[in-house]
Design a protein around this ligand. Structure first.
Ligand SMILES: [Zn+2]
Length: 308
């Protein structure tokens, strides 16, 4: 996709989102899916909107990159079908609980939230992250029931279980997180106690015979993260390590193991099987176990994940 910067119309993020929702809701409402035709129409429109997105002085804005990632994600046939199926399921349950048209629903890869729900005057307003697309029909049914009854704890549990048990959601939410522009990444290799440059070099020598090329970007996350120790973005060649591990009481072998895990993603890539993006294949898990400190690193992470 090319951006025509001379002939662009600036739309506010809210306007863009409104337009997209119109497009996607219309698509979802189309009888018999008509996927093929609708997909073409939808993507022409989305592409058109993307071309008129504002750019900031540093080049591409975070909003643009997130949006762009979303288009790339939706332009895959399986992902788009998944999005539609999820939307249909939700709409079915929402219609039953709230009545047709008595709510607003937006599905989008929001930057900072997974879901959001409020009573806007009398009309409930529901926003859900694209990474919740893998919720099953029964999970969607429960979710809507909890929304209706405002059972926030149960809702939190449901989403928590999904996050823990669904193998795809994490890859997907990381995919969206990592597409954000972050010029300061370059300067975030050096932590307070550990320098990721050293962690990479040691890990490379120790586990890859010095043959692994350094990821384009290597950085400590801005915030401590309690569920993700590290991540690797295949498309961008960006490797992130959770800042919570930059502590004197975190042994070097733990960092070596995290680095090894993420570099394995770099070495193996992501396999696609139907609608599923497979990052942790059988092959991956076997190679992972070859790390010399596999057992103790795993047990350290399990014991300390909440404390980091
Ligand atoms: Zn992984």
């Amino acid at each position: 996709m090319t951006l025509n910067s001379t002939k662009r119309v600036s739309l506010s993020p809210a306007q863009i989102n409104d337009q997209l929702q119109v497009i996607l809701n219309r698509t979802a409402a189309a009888e018999n899916y008509q996927l093929e035709k609708e997909t073409v129409n939808t993507f022409n429109l989305i592409t058109h909107i993307a071309q008129s997105l504002p750019r900031d002085e540093n080049g591409l804005s975070n909003y643009y990159l997130l949006f762009n990632a979303w288009i790339r994600w939706l332009s895959d046939w399986n992902n788009y079908s998944l999005n539609l199926m999820h939307r249909r399921r939700l709409i079915g349950h929402l219609n039953r609980q709230f009545g047709t048209g008595n709510y607003t629903l937006q599905i989008y890869p929001y930057a900072g939230r997974l879901y959001y729900f409020k009573y806007n005057l009398t009309k409930p307003q529901i926003q859900m992250h694209e990474a919740l697309d893998y919720l099953s029909d029964s999970e969607c049914g429960l979710l809507v029931q909890y929304l209706k009854r405002q059972r926030w704890n149960e809702l939190k549990c449901l989403i928590g279980n999904y996050q823990e048990q669904n193998p795809h959601w994490k890859e997907l939410s990381l995919y969206f997180q990592q597409t954000k522009a972050n010029p300061s990444h370059e300067n975030r290799t050096r932590g307070r106690y550990y320098d990721l440059e050293d962690v990479f070099n040691t890990c490379n020598k120790r586990n890859f015979g010095g043959k692994m090329t350094r990821p384009k970007v290597l950085y400590w996350s801005a915030k401590v993260n309690h569920s993700t120790m590290g991540s690797y973005n295949v498309n961008e060649d960006v490797l992130m390590v959770n800042r919570g591990l930059d502590r004197p009481d975190v042994p070097a072998y733990v960092l070596d193991f995290i680095m090894y895990h993420e570099l394995l993603h770099k070495a193996l890539g992501i396999k696609t099987s139907g609608a599923r993006r497979m990052a942790h294949t059988k092959e991956f898990r076997e190679l992972e176990k070859e790390h010399p400190d596999y057992e103790r690193a795993q047990s350290f992470i399990q014991k300390n994940a909440k404390r980091l």
